[in-house]
Design a binder for this molecule. Structure first.
Ligand code: GLC
Length: 552
């Protein structure tokens, strides 16, 4: 299927308009504010922005409860401001992906209001109803402890409606052809306004069969092909980045056996096992997850990430593994969420240890796929655990030492800016890190640049090299007659490894991050001594690699 493959070597940065920058001083971030920060993002080196929901919404789930798919919430600006924003991005070579939340609407959406008002209403069968409380009503809740069931009674409708998530998020009946047509219309609308695709929310639920009699999840994968075809026909560079936390064996269903479905998916399997490796030093389960999620189609690409706006879901680890990660990174029950995850930001989880932060980002940026960064992580922002659920890791961006971290002139920002302590804006902010050559932010900028200069990682074939040391993971990438090698030591103590690269790669390894190259010994092996949490990025062969890069 026709597609511009820009996403294979992109750097994606995720942000929420409401907490990024407030230009009009009402305490809520807006598109004008974000526009003013595009030079910052360009300087950092990101090539795509993933915008979290900004459509009109009662904001009971941070905008994931949409009340109008064709607008901008007036708190953030107007459609005009949005187009100015996508234009500003285009001028800087930055693409825009937006969240597409079509598994459900807000209960305040006019469609739902119409649907509940009358069984004969035009939108009645846009939602999922039952006359009696379904047998499985208490099964399958996504937010255990906060959400009680997946069916609720609506007095006006005199019927039960299905909601996979909170009760104020009625599920759309996505099997209804009219709903499917509307989803395409929504995509077409935003594409016309300049976006290059969508981060599609909760994809397994969007394509699931829904209804009172459905007891086993059944996915209608063909819907994915329909979305993909529509995007390719309308605009060849538009992609879907799917949020689908599924078992590796079903990945192929989402990408499509010949790459005809989703272009990108978040790699939840690797994410969870990466945190296990960071917690224990043992990289073997991570290696397994990387191998299990190997893609075969050239168009299919993983989004690799560390933290996002949700909890760090550890549901795919074994109970023992999960408890180990909890013990290392979230020992206090208040740091955990929904019985399966951690709600903290990365920096406090790693106790602000610069070595471990660098290790984490270095491995994330060099895993097979495209890195997805979260706003504020580039400066090591912390969390506010007194805020409810996932809000703790959604506080305003810390720009400077000015009041409210330079986010707003208003005294009452949307969510309180983190102030005081090790992660307060007084210590952790962009303005100070900008001027410190050794800051995490400047390190990140250099790593992003290095990553962009190593397209082998995004495009190439990978192989895991034998290190015979569980704490050290070595991945090799080959692409167009060029090769890159990345080595990470997850251990708190130094490790020595010997690597065999084969007779055809008998030359030196050029270090991409420092001047310490590695020469093979007499037997042709490379002996690397890695400091605690040490990492290396090498080019195999000399720096004349560009001259050797082939065209296919
Ligand atoms: C996704 C989002 C999450 C939201 C949920 C319901 O999981 O990432 O933030 O609460 O969908 O829309």
């Amino acid at each position: 299927m026709i597609n511009d493959l820009w996403y294979k070597n992109a750097i994606i940065y995720c942000l929420s308009v409401s907490t990024y920058m407030d230009a009009d001083g009402d305490g809520i971030g807006d598109f004008r504010g974000l526009m003013n920060r595009l030079d910052y993002l360009q300087g950092l080196g990101v090539t795509a922005i993933w915008l979290m929901p900004f459509q009109p919404s009662p904001l009971r789930d941070d905008g994931y409860d949409v009340a109008d798919y064709y607008g901008v919430d007036p708190r953030y600006g107007t459609l005009g401001d949005f187009v100015e924003f996508t234009h500003g991005c285009k001028q800087r070579g930055i693409r825009v992906l937006i969240d597409l939340v079509v598994n459900h609407t807000s209960d305040k959406h006019p469609w739902f209001q119409d649907a509940r008002s009358d069984p004969k209403s035009q939108h009645r069968d846009w939602y999922v109803w039952a006359k009696k409380k379904p047998k499985h009503a208490d099964d399958g809740v996504v937010f255990p402890g906060v959400q009680k069931s997946t069916w609720s009674y609506d007095k006006l409708a005199k019927a039960w409606y299905f909601h996979r998530f909170y009760d104020f998020q009625p599920d759309l009946n996505t099997s209804n052809p009219r709903v499917q047509a509307e989803i395409l219309k929504i995509m077409g609308f935003w594409i016309q306004l300049g976006v290059s695709g969508f981060r599609m929310d909760a994809v397994p639920f969007v394509i699931a069969k829904k209804g009172a009699h459905v007891s086993r999840p059944t996915e209608q994968y063909d819907m994915l092909r329909t979305f993909r075809e529509f995007l390719s026909w309308r605009k060849g560079d538009a992609i879907v980045l799917a949020e689908a936390n599924v078992q590796p064996k079903t990945d192929l269903e989402y990408f499509g056996a010949s790459g005809e479905r989703m272009q990108m998916m978040f790699n939840f399997a690797v994410n969870q096992h990466l945190f296990y490796a960071l917690a224990t030093g043992d990289s073997r389960p991570l290696t397994k997850a990387i191998k299990a999620t190997k893609t075969t189609e050239a168009t299919a690409q993983w989004g690799q990430f560390l933290r996002n706006h949700d909890e760090l879901d550890l549901g795919r680890l074994t109970t023992r593994q999960r408890q180990t990660v909890f013990a290392a990174f979230a020992p206090d029950p208040n740091m955990q969420l929904y019985g399966r995850g951690i709600r903290r930001r990365l920096a406090p989880m790693l106790q602000g240890d610069r070595r471990r932060l660098e290790l984490s980002y270095s491995i994330m940026m060099s895993l097979p796929g495209t890195p997805v960064l979260r706003y504020g992580d580039e400066i090591g922002m912390g969390d506010s655990l007194h805020l409810p659920e996932r809000n703790c890791a959604r506080t305003p961006m810390q720009w400077s030492t000015e009041p409210q971290g330079g986010f707003t002139k208003n005294k009452k920002p949307t969510l309180p800016v983190i102030s005081g302590g090790a992660y307060g804006f007084e210590h952790v902010n962009v303005a100070q890190q900008r001027r410190d050559p050794n800051s995490l932010m400047n390190w990140m900028e250099r790593m992003i640049r290095t990553r962009k200069e190593a397209p082998e990682i995004g495009w190439g074939q990978f192989s895991i090299l034998q290190t015979r040391t569980p704490e050290v993971l070595a991945i090799r990438y080959d692409w167009r007659n060029n090769s890159v090698l990345v080595v990470h030591n997850f251990s708190a103590t130094p490790r020595e490894v010997r690597l065999e690269l084969g007779a055809e790669n008998s030359g030196c390894l050029v270090n991409l991050l420092s001047r310490e190259n590695s020469d093979p010994d007499a037997s042709g092996q490379h002996c690397l001594i890695l400091e605690p949490y040490g990492y290396r990025w090498f080019r195999i062969g000399g720096l004349d690699y560009i001259l050797k890069r082939s065209v296919t």
